[in-house]
Ligand binder design. Structure first.
Ligand code: 13P
Ligand code: SF4
Length: 304
């Protein structure tokens, strides 16, 4: 089957099933090209929560589809590739979080959305990379705060807010591949370029950036008139959207090695099969979903 035929079939089935296709900014180019909505974790959660579609085809990694299922319990959430996980989300289990909470009695728990539903269910409030500072600032000054699982996002938020955070030793294995030397080299190659990086990067990379933003934030920053060239310190999938939205500007990946293999598992064929066979359904046990939803809703209520 040619790519054109696959795309046509996807469009037909999408209408028949009353489905919407959501894609994360790191998805392969051809998947982003057929999506109804492309965004970061927060924007995808919000879209999943308010869509009228009966079926959500989620092109991303498992925690993102799970969040959509938590927010839309009466909709069918499908993942074209059920094995697309997030290694950082797997760095903490619900049992580990329960034990950590016992070591820090009374502390509130902020869970980065890159975590399982079971971990969210043990947490007070979620955050994404685009609202983490506002979420932490919203918490009472006199409470200790546990931040899981990303120690680099956590340390960045602690520095920005002045709040002391109790960190878990998690990290993104893709973003840590971006080295400060990569940024230095790209700056030498493109002296007029600005540097935007994701807060999952390590502190020495963050220190060399002009802006530290979620993937959506990087897309917005690229639209500023003063940004003509941009060195991009995150997973390289975001370059597709940047180059599509701003063909007149120049974008350079900070490192060509920043590729998330799990994000690349989704293909056009798998999107088609997913709609044809109505698989793979993502569901969260109701007791976990109810508790996890409280943490996700608390985040959405912050409104940033
Ligand atoms: P964003 O929410 O910024 O898109 O980040 C998600 C993610 O997995 C980053 O690695
Ligand atoms: Fe997880 Fe990192 Fe991949 Fe994002 S880029 S989905 S944090 S492994």
């Amino acid at each position: 089957m040619t790519a054109r035929t696959i795309v046509d079939k996807i469009q037909t089935l999408k209408r028949e099933r009353n489905a919407i296709i959501l894609a994360h900014n790191y998805q392969p180019d051809e998947v982003q090209a057929i999506a109804d909505f492309i965004g970061d974790s927060l924007a995808l959660s919000r879209t999943a929560a308010k869509t009228d579609a009966a079926v959500i085809v989620f092109c991303g990694v498992h925690f993102m589809a799970e969040t959509a299922a938590i927010l839309s319990p009466h909709k069918t959430v499908l993942m074209p590739e059920p094995d697309a996980g997030c290694p950082m989300a797997d760095m903490i289990s619900a049992a580990q979080l329960r034990a950590f909470k016992q070591e820090h009695p009374g502390a509130l728990v902020v869970a980065y959305v890159n975590s399982s539903a079971a971990v969210k269910a043990e947490s007070d409030i979620c955050c994404t990379s685009s609202n983490a500072q506002d979420v932490v600032q919203s918490l009472p000054e006199d409470r200790d705060i546990i931040f899981i699982p990303d120690k680099y996002l956590g340390s960045y938020v602690a520095a920005q807010t002045g709040r002391k955070l109790i960190l878990w030793n998690g990290y993104c294995p893709i973003h840590v591949k971006i080295q400060p030397e990569d940024i230095e080299r790209r700056k030498r190659e493109h002296p007029a370029a600005k540097v935007a990086v994701h807060p999952e990067c390590t502190p020495p990379v963050i220190q060399r950036a002009d802006a530290v933003l979620s993937t959506e934030g990087i897309c917005r920053y690229a639209g500023r008139p003063e940004v003509k060239e941009l060195i991009v310190g995150t997973e390289i999938g975001v370059l597709y959207r940047l180059r599509t939205e701003h063909p007149e500007k120049r974008f350079y990946p900070a490192s060509d090695t920043a590729v998330c293999p799990n994000m690349k598992k989704t293909t056009l064929e798998k999107v088609l099969w997913s709609l044809e066979r109505m698989e793979h359904i993502v569901s969260v046990p109701p007791d976990i979903a109810t508790r996890a939803r409280q943490a996700v809703d608390a985040m959405i209520a912050i409104g940033t």
